[in-house]
Design a binder for this molecule. Structure first.
Ligand code: FES
Length: 138
């Protein structure tokens, strides 16, 4: 199931059916596992997963301003995937690295001391890369 999640960024029901048949495990058990672990998603997710820490330390250091800017500049909303399927923004709580907050995790890579400008540059770079343009230094 993890391999399917990694390949598609979510678990389509057809994939869960396949896993159920292949492992000879009843579907309710498969769904129980898929919904228990946060690493799995039953809804389509974007190609790039952005996770913004909204824990207390990151919040007081400006995470809310970053979230607002991401919404205003790129239409990113917590728990939503952009219409073009490029980005999913997730809210996370304390990642255990408060000293370098605010933290934006981009496709699993921690980016500390985040600012609205840096977040904007990262998203713009990812968009450029997807359209074949040149990357930036975010
Ligand atoms: S509050 Fe964000 S890492 Fe601790």
């Amino acid at each position: 199931m993890l391999a399917v999640q990694e390949k598609y960024n979510w678990l389509p029901s057809e994939a869960l059916d396949y896993v159920s048949r292949r492992l000879n495990v009843r579907k309710p058990r498969i769904y129980h596992i898929a919904t228990f672990y946060k690493v799995f998603s039953l809804a389509p997710r974007g190609k790039h997963i952005l996770q913004l820490c909204m824990g207390t330390a990151c919040h007081v250091r400006g995470a809310k301003l970053i979230a607002d800017a991401m919404a205003r500049q790129h239409g990113l909303q917590f728990g939503k995937t952009t219409d073009d399927g490029l980005f999913t923004l997730e809210r996370v709580n304390c990642l255990g690295a408060c000293a370098i907050g605010p933290i934006l995790v981009v496709d699993g890579e921690y980016k500390g001391n985040m600012t609205t400008n840096r977040a904007n540059a990262i998203i713009k770079r990812l968009k450029r890369e997807e359209t074949g343009g040149e990357g930036g230094n975010a």
